[in-house]
Design a protein around this ligand. Structure first.
Ligand code: AMP
Ligand code: TRP
Length: 332
Protein backbone atom coordinates (compact mmCIF):
# COMPACT_ATOMS: atom_id res chain seq x y z
CA UNK A 1 0.00 0.00 0.00
CA UNK A 2 1.40 3.36 -0.94
CA UNK A 3 -1.05 6.09 -0.18
CA UNK A 4 -0.79 9.57 -1.70
CA UNK A 5 -1.63 12.68 0.34
CA UNK A 6 -1.47 16.36 -0.47
CA UNK A 7 -2.92 19.60 0.80
CA UNK A 8 -3.60 23.10 -0.41
CA UNK A 9 -4.44 26.19 1.63
CA UNK A 10 -7.73 28.01 1.10
CA UNK A 11 -5.97 31.31 1.61
CA UNK A 12 -7.27 32.88 -1.60
CA UNK A 13 -8.60 31.99 -5.02
CA UNK A 14 -6.29 29.38 -6.58
CA UNK A 15 -4.10 30.70 -9.34
CA UNK A 16 -2.73 29.46 -12.63
CA UNK A 17 0.45 28.71 -10.62
CA UNK A 18 -1.46 26.40 -8.28
CA UNK A 19 -3.06 24.73 -11.28
CA UNK A 20 0.13 24.11 -13.25
CA UNK A 21 2.35 23.46 -10.23
CA UNK A 22 0.03 21.36 -8.10
CA UNK A 23 -3.60 20.68 -9.00
CA UNK A 24 -2.88 19.37 -12.50
CA UNK A 25 -0.39 16.89 -11.04
CA UNK A 26 -2.88 15.74 -8.45
CA UNK A 27 -5.45 15.05 -11.14
CA UNK A 28 -2.93 12.96 -13.10
CA UNK A 29 -1.99 10.99 -9.96
CA UNK A 30 -5.55 9.83 -9.51
CA UNK A 31 -4.75 6.83 -11.70
CA UNK A 32 -3.19 5.46 -8.53
CA UNK A 33 -5.61 3.61 -6.26
CA UNK A 34 -5.47 5.62 -3.04
CA UNK A 35 -5.28 9.42 -2.98
CA UNK A 36 -6.31 11.82 -0.22
CA UNK A 37 -6.69 15.54 -1.04
CA UNK A 38 -7.07 18.02 1.78
CA UNK A 39 -8.06 21.69 1.88
CA UNK A 40 -5.85 22.80 4.77
CA UNK A 41 -7.86 25.47 6.56
CA UNK A 42 -5.93 24.96 9.83
CA UNK A 43 -2.79 25.98 7.95
CA UNK A 44 -4.59 28.97 6.42
CA UNK A 45 -5.24 30.62 9.80
CA UNK A 46 -1.51 30.75 10.62
CA UNK A 47 -2.04 34.20 9.08
CA UNK A 48 -5.29 35.94 10.10
CA UNK A 49 -8.24 35.18 7.81
CA UNK A 50 -11.50 37.04 7.95
CA UNK A 51 -13.98 34.28 8.89
CA UNK A 52 -16.50 34.96 6.14
CA UNK A 53 -13.73 35.25 3.56
CA UNK A 54 -12.22 31.99 4.81
CA UNK A 55 -15.56 30.22 4.44
CA UNK A 56 -15.93 31.58 0.91
CA UNK A 57 -12.35 30.68 -0.10
CA UNK A 58 -12.69 27.19 1.37
CA UNK A 59 -15.80 26.43 -0.69
CA UNK A 60 -14.20 28.02 -3.73
CA UNK A 61 -11.05 25.90 -3.36
CA UNK A 62 -13.04 22.69 -3.01
CA UNK A 63 -15.18 23.61 -6.03
CA UNK A 64 -12.10 24.47 -8.12
CA UNK A 65 -10.40 21.20 -7.22
CA UNK A 66 -13.41 19.22 -8.39
CA UNK A 67 -13.77 21.38 -11.49
CA UNK A 68 -10.14 20.59 -12.34
CA UNK A 69 -10.88 16.88 -12.12
CA UNK A 70 -10.33 15.89 -8.49
CA UNK A 71 -12.69 12.96 -7.98
CA UNK A 72 -14.31 12.96 -4.52
CA UNK A 73 -15.92 9.56 -5.08
CA UNK A 74 -13.01 7.41 -6.18
CA UNK A 75 -10.60 9.25 -3.85
CA UNK A 76 -11.05 11.44 -0.75
CA UNK A 77 -11.47 15.22 -0.71
CA UNK A 78 -12.08 16.90 2.65
CA UNK A 79 -11.43 19.87 4.92
CA UNK A 80 -8.60 19.57 7.42
CA UNK A 81 -10.57 21.19 10.27
CA UNK A 82 -13.32 18.58 9.91
CA UNK A 83 -10.99 15.76 10.99
CA UNK A 84 -9.80 16.27 14.60
CA UNK A 85 -6.95 13.78 14.20
CA UNK A 86 -4.81 16.42 12.41
CA UNK A 87 -4.68 18.81 15.37
CA UNK A 88 -4.32 15.96 17.87
CA UNK A 89 -1.33 14.44 16.11
CA UNK A 90 0.17 17.88 15.45
CA UNK A 91 0.30 18.51 19.21
CA UNK A 92 2.27 15.32 19.75
CA UNK A 93 4.58 16.30 16.89
CA UNK A 94 5.07 19.74 18.51
CA UNK A 95 6.59 17.77 21.35
CA UNK A 96 8.81 15.68 19.04
CA UNK A 97 10.20 18.36 16.69
CA UNK A 98 13.14 20.35 18.05
CA UNK A 99 13.31 24.15 18.01
CA UNK A 100 16.59 23.87 16.15
CA UNK A 101 14.88 22.04 13.30
CA UNK A 102 12.10 24.62 13.01
CA UNK A 103 14.61 27.46 13.13
CA UNK A 104 16.05 26.23 9.84
CA UNK A 105 12.77 26.43 7.90
CA UNK A 106 13.19 28.92 5.10
CA UNK A 107 9.44 29.32 4.52
CA UNK A 108 8.98 30.58 8.09
CA UNK A 109 11.77 33.10 7.58
CA UNK A 110 10.20 34.24 4.29
CA UNK A 111 6.66 34.46 5.63
CA UNK A 112 7.50 35.98 9.00
CA UNK A 113 9.75 38.53 7.31
CA UNK A 114 11.38 41.22 9.40
CA UNK A 115 8.64 41.32 12.02
CA UNK A 116 9.43 37.85 13.33
CA UNK A 117 8.40 38.53 16.93
CA UNK A 118 4.92 39.26 15.69
CA UNK A 119 4.44 36.04 13.65
CA UNK A 120 1.92 33.58 15.08
CA UNK A 121 3.20 30.56 16.97
CA UNK A 122 1.07 28.57 14.50
CA UNK A 123 3.17 29.80 11.59
CA UNK A 124 6.26 28.57 13.40
CA UNK A 125 4.93 25.03 14.01
CA UNK A 126 3.22 24.88 10.61
CA UNK A 127 5.58 22.11 9.39
CA UNK A 128 4.63 19.93 12.37
CA UNK A 129 0.97 20.15 11.39
CA UNK A 130 1.91 19.34 7.82
CA UNK A 131 3.77 16.24 9.05
CA UNK A 132 0.68 15.27 11.04
CA UNK A 133 -1.54 15.67 7.96
CA UNK A 134 0.51 13.08 6.13
CA UNK A 135 1.27 10.67 8.93
CA UNK A 136 -2.26 10.51 10.30
CA UNK A 137 -2.93 8.45 7.16
CA UNK A 138 0.38 6.58 6.91
CA UNK A 139 0.66 8.24 3.51
CA UNK A 140 4.08 7.75 1.92
CA UNK A 141 3.93 9.74 -1.30
CA UNK A 142 3.35 13.48 -1.23
CA UNK A 143 3.12 15.60 -4.37
CA UNK A 144 4.27 19.15 -3.60
CA UNK A 145 6.07 22.04 -5.20
CA UNK A 146 9.79 22.35 -4.70
CA UNK A 147 9.21 24.99 -2.00
CA UNK A 148 7.74 22.33 0.28
CA UNK A 149 10.65 19.90 0.06
CA UNK A 150 12.24 21.15 3.28
CA UNK A 151 8.99 20.61 5.18
CA UNK A 152 8.89 17.00 4.04
CA UNK A 153 12.47 16.47 5.22
CA UNK A 154 11.37 17.78 8.61
CA UNK A 155 8.40 15.40 8.55
CA UNK A 156 10.81 12.52 8.01
CA UNK A 157 12.95 13.75 10.91
CA UNK A 158 9.86 13.77 13.13
CA UNK A 159 8.92 10.25 12.00
CA UNK A 160 12.41 8.96 12.75
CA UNK A 161 12.66 10.61 16.13
CA UNK A 162 9.21 9.34 17.10
CA UNK A 163 10.18 5.79 16.11
CA UNK A 164 13.48 6.12 17.95
CA UNK A 165 12.16 7.73 21.14
CA UNK A 166 9.35 5.19 21.55
CA UNK A 167 11.35 2.24 20.25
CA UNK A 168 8.80 1.32 17.62
CA UNK A 169 8.75 1.11 13.81
CA UNK A 170 5.55 3.07 13.45
CA UNK A 171 5.98 5.78 10.82
CA UNK A 172 7.44 4.99 7.43
CA UNK A 173 9.59 7.41 5.45
CA UNK A 174 7.69 9.68 3.10
CA UNK A 175 8.77 10.51 -0.38
CA UNK A 176 8.18 13.89 -2.03
CA UNK A 177 6.76 13.62 -5.52
CA UNK A 178 8.17 16.66 -7.29
CA UNK A 179 6.55 15.97 -10.60
CA UNK A 180 7.46 16.60 -14.16
CA UNK A 181 9.33 19.63 -15.48
CA UNK A 182 7.80 21.45 -12.48
CA UNK A 183 6.85 24.78 -13.96
CA UNK A 184 7.31 27.56 -11.47
CA UNK A 185 4.84 30.19 -12.57
CA UNK A 186 6.04 33.67 -11.74
CA UNK A 187 4.20 36.92 -10.99
CA UNK A 188 2.94 38.83 -14.04
CA UNK A 189 4.33 42.02 -12.47
CA UNK A 190 7.77 40.69 -11.46
CA UNK A 191 9.32 37.69 -13.17
CA UNK A 192 11.55 36.95 -10.18
CA UNK A 193 8.64 36.46 -7.72
CA UNK A 194 6.37 33.42 -7.52
CA UNK A 195 2.77 33.91 -8.68
CA UNK A 196 0.82 33.71 -5.43
CA UNK A 197 -2.81 33.75 -4.38
CA UNK A 198 -1.82 35.91 -1.42
CA UNK A 199 0.04 38.60 -3.41
CA UNK A 200 -1.60 41.99 -2.66
CA UNK A 201 -1.80 42.81 -6.38
CA UNK A 202 -4.51 40.97 -8.28
CA UNK A 203 -2.76 42.02 -11.50
CA UNK A 204 0.17 39.78 -10.55
CA UNK A 205 -1.76 36.56 -11.09
CA UNK A 206 -4.36 34.71 -13.15
CA UNK A 207 -7.07 33.37 -10.83
CA UNK A 208 -8.80 30.18 -11.87
CA UNK A 209 -12.13 32.02 -11.80
CA UNK A 210 -11.04 35.03 -13.90
CA UNK A 211 -13.24 35.59 -16.93
CA UNK A 212 -11.90 35.98 -20.47
CA UNK A 213 -11.81 39.80 -20.36
CA UNK A 214 -9.93 39.84 -17.06
CA UNK A 215 -7.41 37.33 -18.37
CA UNK A 216 -6.90 39.35 -21.56
CA UNK A 217 -6.34 42.54 -19.57
CA UNK A 218 -3.90 40.95 -17.12
CA UNK A 219 -1.84 39.37 -19.89
CA UNK A 220 -1.85 42.59 -21.93
CA UNK A 221 -0.56 44.48 -18.86
CA UNK A 222 1.93 41.75 -17.88
CA UNK A 223 5.43 43.12 -17.52
CA UNK A 224 7.78 42.39 -20.45
CA UNK A 225 10.91 43.86 -21.95
CA UNK A 226 11.25 45.75 -25.25
CA UNK A 227 13.04 42.97 -27.20
CA UNK A 228 11.13 40.58 -29.47
CA UNK A 229 10.92 36.93 -28.38
CA UNK A 230 14.12 34.97 -29.00
CA UNK A 231 14.01 31.96 -31.31
CA UNK A 232 15.84 29.67 -28.87
CA UNK A 233 15.59 29.05 -25.09
CA UNK A 234 19.13 30.39 -24.51
CA UNK A 235 17.80 33.82 -25.49
CA UNK A 236 15.50 33.81 -22.42
CA UNK A 237 18.54 34.07 -20.14
CA UNK A 238 18.28 37.20 -17.99
CA UNK A 239 14.72 37.87 -19.21
CA UNK A 240 12.56 36.51 -16.37
CA UNK A 241 9.28 37.99 -17.59
CA UNK A 242 9.72 36.64 -21.13
CA UNK A 243 10.74 33.27 -19.76
CA UNK A 244 7.66 33.18 -17.52
CA UNK A 245 5.17 33.87 -20.33
CA UNK A 246 6.85 31.32 -22.59
CA UNK A 247 6.84 28.85 -19.69
CA UNK A 248 3.12 29.32 -19.09
CA UNK A 249 2.44 28.83 -22.80
CA UNK A 250 4.56 25.66 -22.90
CA UNK A 251 2.97 24.19 -19.76
CA UNK A 252 -0.58 24.76 -21.01
CA UNK A 253 0.26 23.42 -24.46
CA UNK A 254 2.13 20.44 -23.00
CA UNK A 255 5.36 21.21 -24.84
CA UNK A 256 8.67 22.90 -23.96
CA UNK A 257 10.23 26.35 -24.32
CA UNK A 258 12.06 25.37 -27.52
CA UNK A 259 8.84 24.35 -29.28
CA UNK A 260 7.05 27.55 -28.26
CA UNK A 261 9.97 29.68 -29.46
CA UNK A 262 10.17 27.83 -32.76
CA UNK A 263 6.61 28.93 -33.37
CA UNK A 264 6.65 32.42 -31.82
CA UNK A 265 10.33 33.46 -31.80
CA UNK A 266 11.03 36.77 -33.53
CA UNK A 267 7.52 38.12 -32.79
CA UNK A 268 6.95 41.08 -30.51
CA UNK A 269 5.08 40.55 -27.26
CA UNK A 270 1.85 42.03 -28.67
CA UNK A 271 0.95 39.10 -30.94
CA UNK A 272 2.45 36.53 -28.54
CA UNK A 273 0.33 37.84 -25.69
CA UNK A 274 -2.77 37.48 -27.86
CA UNK A 275 -1.98 33.82 -28.58
CA UNK A 276 -1.21 33.26 -24.91
CA UNK A 277 -4.50 34.84 -23.84
CA UNK A 278 -6.42 32.59 -26.25
CA UNK A 279 -4.65 29.54 -24.87
CA UNK A 280 -5.24 30.44 -21.20
CA UNK A 281 -8.91 31.26 -21.83
CA UNK A 282 -9.36 28.02 -23.74
CA UNK A 283 -7.96 25.98 -20.85
CA UNK A 284 -9.49 27.90 -17.94
CA UNK A 285 -12.98 28.70 -19.22
CA UNK A 286 -14.31 25.14 -18.68
CA UNK A 287 -12.81 25.11 -15.16
CA UNK A 288 -14.38 28.46 -14.30
CA UNK A 289 -17.77 27.33 -15.63
CA UNK A 290 -17.70 24.06 -13.69
CA UNK A 291 -16.56 25.88 -10.52
CA UNK A 292 -19.48 28.29 -10.81
CA UNK A 293 -21.88 25.40 -11.31
CA UNK A 294 -20.65 23.70 -8.14
CA UNK A 295 -20.68 26.91 -6.09
CA UNK A 296 -24.30 27.45 -7.09
CA UNK A 297 -25.14 24.36 -5.03
CA UNK A 298 -23.44 24.96 -1.65
CA UNK A 299 -25.57 22.26 0.00
CA UNK A 300 -24.29 19.64 -2.44
CA UNK A 301 -20.73 20.86 -2.07
CA UNK A 302 -20.85 20.77 1.73
CA UNK A 303 -22.31 17.29 1.74
CA UNK A 304 -19.55 16.03 -0.59
CA UNK A 305 -16.98 17.48 1.82
CA UNK A 306 -18.71 16.00 4.89
CA UNK A 307 -18.66 12.61 3.22
CA UNK A 308 -14.94 13.04 2.48
CA UNK A 309 -14.27 14.00 6.11
CA UNK A 310 -16.08 10.92 7.42
CA UNK A 311 -14.02 8.65 5.18
CA UNK A 312 -10.81 10.48 6.12
CA UNK A 313 -11.58 10.24 9.84
CA UNK A 314 -12.24 6.52 9.51
CA UNK A 315 -8.61 6.13 8.40
CA UNK A 316 -6.93 8.73 10.63
CA UNK A 317 -8.71 8.20 13.96
CA UNK A 318 -7.44 4.66 14.60
CA UNK A 319 -3.90 5.65 13.58
CA UNK A 320 -3.83 8.65 15.91
CA UNK A 321 -5.42 6.64 18.73
CA UNK A 322 -2.60 4.14 18.32
CA UNK A 323 -0.02 6.97 18.49
CA UNK A 324 -1.65 8.21 21.71
CA UNK A 325 -1.46 4.73 23.19
CA UNK A 326 2.24 4.47 22.23
CA UNK A 327 2.89 7.84 23.87
CA UNK A 328 1.29 6.62 27.09
CA UNK A 329 -2.08 8.35 27.23
CA UNK A 330 -4.09 6.14 29.55
CA UNK A 331 -7.50 6.12 27.91
CA UNK A 332 -6.50 5.79 24.27
P1 AMP B 1 0.25 27.77 -2.03
O1 AMP B 1 -0.57 28.57 -2.98
O2 AMP B 1 1.54 28.44 -1.70
O3 AMP B 1 -0.53 27.29 -0.84
O4 AMP B 1 0.71 26.44 -2.80
C1 AMP B 1 -0.14 25.35 -3.08
C2 AMP B 1 0.55 24.42 -4.07
O5 AMP B 1 0.68 25.07 -5.35
C3 AMP B 1 1.97 24.00 -3.69
O6 AMP B 1 2.20 22.67 -4.10
C4 AMP B 1 2.84 24.96 -4.45
O7 AMP B 1 4.11 24.46 -4.71
C5 AMP B 1 2.05 25.15 -5.74
N1 AMP B 1 2.28 26.50 -6.27
C6 AMP B 1 1.90 27.66 -5.68
N2 AMP B 1 2.24 28.72 -6.42
C7 AMP B 1 2.91 28.23 -7.50
C8 AMP B 1 3.54 28.83 -8.63
N3 AMP B 1 3.55 30.16 -8.80
N4 AMP B 1 4.10 28.01 -9.55
C9 AMP B 1 4.09 26.68 -9.38
N5 AMP B 1 3.51 26.05 -8.35
C10 AMP B 1 2.92 26.80 -7.41
N1 TRP C 1 2.22 23.50 3.21
C1 TRP C 1 1.65 23.12 1.93
C2 TRP C 1 1.71 24.31 0.97
O1 TRP C 1 1.66 25.45 1.40
C3 TRP C 1 0.22 22.68 2.08
C4 TRP C 1 0.12 21.44 2.90
C5 TRP C 1 -0.37 21.34 4.16
C6 TRP C 1 0.49 20.14 2.49
N2 TRP C 1 -0.36 20.05 4.57
C7 TRP C 1 0.18 19.28 3.59
C8 TRP C 1 1.05 19.61 1.34
C9 TRP C 1 0.47 17.93 3.55
C10 TRP C 1 1.33 18.24 1.31
C11 TRP C 1 1.04 17.41 2.40
O2 TRP C 1 1.76 24.10 -0.22
Amino acid sequence: MSRIFSGIQPSGIPTLGNYLGAIRNWVALQQEPDCIWCVVDLHAITAFQDPSVLRQNTREMAAVLMACGIDPDRHILFLQSAVRAHAQLAWIFNCIARLGWLNRMTQFKDKAGKDRENASAGLYVYPNLMAADIMAYHATRVPVGDDQRQHLELANDIAQKFNHDYGIEFFKPIEPLILGPAPRVMSLRDGTKKMSKSDPSDQSRINLNDDADTIALKIRRAKTDPEPLPSEPAGLEGRPEARNLVGIYAALEGTDHAAVLREHGGKGFGPFKESLTDLIVDRLAPIAAETARRLADPGGLDSTLRNGAARAAAIADPIVTEVERVVGFLQS
